[in-house]
Ligand binder design. Structure first.
Ligand SMILES: Cc1cc2nc3c(=O)[nH]c(=O)nc-3n(C[C@H](O)[C@H](O)[C@H](O)COP(=O)(O)OP(=O)(O)OC[C@H]3O[C@@H](n4cnc5c(N)ncnc54)[C@H](O)[C@@H]3O)c2cc1C
Ligand code: SF4
Length: 333
């Protein structure tokens, strides 16, 4: 499958990128902003363009914006540029020591080569995935297309008007457990947003990002540092695959009791989600197998997998239950 034709724009600074976005980012004629697409590592965008899921007139290649690459201590927290490769995050001593759930999640993405190319910003902005969508044009045409691209029905939930394509990035659930914030730059300046407010929960329009905006930085607060962190993931090929269910846990103890804990899920909803009641269920307790099992039940109720992948929804929900329990118990090690 060859790439569609496009014009390549190569900014060297955030200001230049914002200038290009202001000029070409929003074009009413292009409907949903597909007139321009941002490319970082390209590990997801290029295959999607080959499948003609995106046919932008412009591609904004942000890889040469040096200020957006790197991990820096900022006060007592940490700032990560969106262009930082996942392999750099995986091998960062600072992150491994202070925010281990993030390094573990990053190290589980795809394969070493893809982690060298793929960026953390691209992982946060990753398009949602579905068996009926991540296919060639011929395949999708034969099935009559669907709401997410070119059609008006959903093969997964027929009769409904919502797209349930699953958000399938590995690092966002870890970042949710760490209360991460993101910085977004656009024509009217920069704004900061809690990552948990970035996703919409709809599979077809999954993030709150205007066509003339880009993600620039991620902030990890000091208050989330030094938690025990564990990430568990279900995938078909252990060596290189997207998650079909994923659980992140960050937990801090004081005097043997849980002082604070967060549990987040990926790949089983159209957005990465925090298991809201897990924190209050765990607070002040000693972690036992029964308690971990109860949180596993809660996580399974939060998961809403549908037939968007090759594994059944029932199996994926069950694995969320099992992984949530195992991940919590692994913080005892
Ligand atoms: C074989 C294979 C296996 C994979 N396995 C996994 C896996 O196990 N887990 C996983 O999480 N991912 C997986 N991926 C997907 C991908 O490699 C990663 O998610 C990677 O982190 C994407 O980053 P990127 O820089 O390459 O993003 P790109 O492909 O460059 O971009 C991805 C999306 O984000 C947007 N984007 C990128 N940067 C910005 C920004 N700064 N501001 C606004 N929008 C932006 C792009 O427009 C595009 O829509 C896999 C990919 C392949 C090909
Ligand atoms: S969930 Fe439905 S609308 Fe969304 S990509 Fe899959 S088939 Fe299409």
């Amino acid at each position: 499958m060859s790439l569609p034709q496009f014009k390549l724009l190569r900014p060297r600074t955030v200001a230049d990128a914002v200038g290009y976005l202001a000029k070409h980012g929003s074009d009413a004629a292009a409907g949903d902003g597909q007139h321009l697409r941002i490319i970082a590592g390209g590990t997801d965008l290029i295959p999607s363009m080959r499948q003609t899921l995106f046919e932008p007139e412009y591609v904004l290649d942000i890889r040469h914006i040096a200020e957006l690459n790197g991990i820096r201590e900022q006060g007592s927290g940490v700032e990560i540029g969106v262009l930082t490769p996942l392999s750099t995050i995986e091998h960062s001593e600072l992150l491994r020591r202070r925010y281990p759930v993030l390094t573990e999640a990053a190290s589980s993405v795809a394969s070493p080569v893809i982690r060298n190319m793929g960026t953390i910003g691209g992982n946060i902005c990753l398009d949602t995935r579905c068996l009926w969508y991540n296919q060639s044009l011929t395949w999708r045409k034969a099935c009559g297309f669907c709401i997410k691209k070119d059609g008006d029905l959903c093969h997964v939930a027929p009769g409904g008007t919502k797209c349930w394509a699953a958000f399938s990035g590995d690092t966002p659930p870890a970042l949710l457990c760490l209360n991460a914030e993101i910085e977004i730059a656009g024509p009217s300046g920069s704004r900061r947003l809690a990552l948990r407010d970035f996703y919409t929960g709809a599979g077809d329009n999954y993030r709150k990002l205007q066509p003339n905006e880009l993600l620039t930085r991620i902030f990890l607060p000091e208050t989330s540092a030094d938690y025990r962190g564990v990430y568990r993931k279900l995938r078909i090929r252990g060596s290189i695959d997207y998650p079909l269910a994923g659980v992140a846990v960050a937990l801090r103890r004081s005097n043997g009791h849980i002082a604070d804990a967060k549990v987040a899920l990926t790949a089983v909803n159209p957005a990465p989600v925090l298991v809201m009641r897990a924190t209050e269920m765990l607070a002040g307790k000693t972690l036992t197998e029964t308690l971990a099992e109860a949180v596993g039940d809660l996580a399974a109720k939060t998961a809403k997998p549908l037939t968007t992948s090759a594994l059944t929804p029932e199996y994926r929900r069950e694995m969320i239950r099992v992984f949530a329990k195992r991940a919590l118990l692994a913080t005892n090690d």
